[in-house]
Design a binder for this molecule. Structure first.
Ligand code: UD1
Ligand code: CA
Length: 455
């Protein structure tokens, strides 16, 4: 059976009070609309069409890696109208379409699969997802006659009786494509909000004697984010889910409540994560690592047995058994070797640092290629910027860089060479040489006394 998906993401989201479209707000580090796209793909749906409108260019930009189609909804006249704007995408297709709201990121893959299986096995025209909730304020209500679903009524259009219904509409449906296209033509906007509601399609299909089904799931699956409070609620639910997966996989989280791990992060077993860590993007952490308190790691590869403390690591790679921090800042495109040491107040930018090299304190390394087995004294600065352009520094293996050295780029330091502390290096040092580049010391006898400064 052919399957495709429509994701509704054209609204601004007034209730979230934001300058950017609601669906671009992040939950556990990923935009809500991208969660929904990924959920569809994980449920085996390849063809995904996103309905865009408010902030269309931004939404396109944020979803561009995911290879989806787009339809434009110029004016946001309601969810039914939004689906109608996807007509070109649906026309001529034969099969089922999953229609999901772009502001509901938490649906489990098994729930989406259940919805589609129920739809296909019961030969339904539409199958909707619902949940029972203590306080359904704001949600559409599922109106049933016994077991049968009759229609959905939006909160603002409910009678006193209908308001008492606790079964809410998740705004996640599976439709027969042809039946949906026909019914969309019959929608009207004769309701409290003057909008074309997608929810009315359910009643339309029912009144035509078509098969309408429902799958009930738990509320957490269905949460739609309309406000900042619901955004925080969604964040907490997903955070717990993600953390539980890592706990199940053999990762120790000392305090899951203060551990923030993105949806797509992978962590090996026996890694221990201390409180207040943020691990984001496509980060992969190996086995047996220790991530001590207060680090942020984004889109990075951390090999096994690494120890990181109170540091920031962005788009970089850290080799096995290396230690980082406290208070190190490793900026994008850096590759640190194995059993290396990047110590306190060290900043590394777009540089390669070899195995066993020690950069223990107060050092800046930018646009450099550093060999293995080197030792950096405290306070070394790679002077990579001349006010106009960035230049490259190359340092060979087993070099010793004395404390407070300046390496004026572009410059080259050979293998097995030494630099005396306090040197400002401007020209190449050959292998095996010592460079000293500082003024000779001069002592002036009795100067303090002569100046009357002796205490
Ligand atoms: C919708 C459902 C409601 C359900 C709730 C679940 C309708 C009429 N109501 O209400 O039954 O309980 O979701 O969360 O469908 N959108 C467009 N174009 C539009 C309007 C909306 O693309 O013209 C998009 C929005 O960007 C959003 C999604 O559709 O991602 C849902 O819209 P929203 O206004 O949040 O609907 P709800 O009021 O939450
Ligand atoms: Ca909503």
């Amino acid at each position: 059976m052919y399957k495709c998906a429509l994701i509704l993401a054209a609204g601004q989201g007034k209730r979230i009070k934001s300058n950017i479209p609601k669906v671009l707000h992040k939950v556990c580090g990923k935009e809500m609309v991208n969660h929904v796209i990924d959920n569809m793909r994980n449920a085996g749906i390849e063809d995904v069409n996103v309905i865009i409108g408010k902030g269309a260019e931004l939404v396109k930009d944020y979803t561009k890696d995911r290879k989806v189609f787009y339809s434009m909804q110029e004016d946001q006249l309601g969810t039914g109208h939004a689906v109608k704007c996807g007509k070109d995408f649906l026309q001529g297709k034969d099969g089922i379409v999953a229609v999901f709201a772009g502001d509901a990121p938490l649906t489990k893959i098994e729930t989406i699969n259940n919805l589609m299986e129920e739809h296909i096995s019961k030969n339904n025209s539409v199958t909707l997802l619902s949940a029972y909730v203590k306080d359904p304020t704001g949600y559409g209500r599922i109106i049933r006659d016994g077991d049968e679903v009759l229609k959905i009524v939006e909160h603002k259009d409910c009678t006193e009786e209908e308001l008492k219904v606790k079964e809410m509409n998740a705004a996640m449906y599976c439709f027969d494509i042809k039946e949906l296209l026909v019914s969309l033509e019959e929608l009207s906007n004769d309701n409290t909000q003057g909008e074309y509601y997608l929810t009315d399609v359910i009643g339309i299909l029912k009144s035509k004697g078509k098969r309408v089904g429902a799958v009930v799931t738990d509320y957490e699956d269905t949460i739609g984010v309309n406000s900042r409070a619901q955004l925080a609620e969604a964040e907490e639910i997903l955070r717990n889910r993600i953390n539980n997966i890592h706990l199940d996989n053999g990762v120790t989280l000392i305090d899951p409540k203060t551990t923030y791990i993105g949806t797509d992060v992978q962590i090996g077993k026996d890694t221990i994560i201390y409180p207040n860590n943020i691990i984001e993007g496509k980060t992969i952490i190996g086995e047996g690592c220790t991530i001590l308190q207060n680090s942020r790691i984004k889109d990075s590869i951390i090999e096994q047995g690494v120890e990181i403390q109170a540091s920031i690591i962005l788009d970089s790679k850290i080799g096995e058994k290396t230690t980082v921090g406290p208070f190190a800042y490793i900026r994008p495109d850096s590759v640190i070797g194995k059993s290396a040491r990047i110590g306190d107040f060290v900043e590394i930018k777009k540089s390669i640092v070899g195995d066993n090299t020690k950069v223990s304190h107060l050092t800046y390394i930018g646009d450099a290629q550093v060999g293995s087995g080197c030792n950096f004294g405290c306070g070394t600065v790679v002077v990579n910027y001349d006010g106009k352009a960035k230049h490259k520094t190359i340092i060979g293996d087993n070099s010793f860089i004395g404390c407070n050295t300046n390496l004026i780029s572009p410059v080259e330091v050979g293998n097995n060479s030494y630099i005396a502390a306090g040197s400002t290096i401007t020209s190449k040092i050959e292998e095996g040489d010592l460079a000293i580049a500082r003024a000779k010391q001069r002592n002036i006898k009795g100067w303090v006394n002569k100046k009357g400064l002796m205490k």
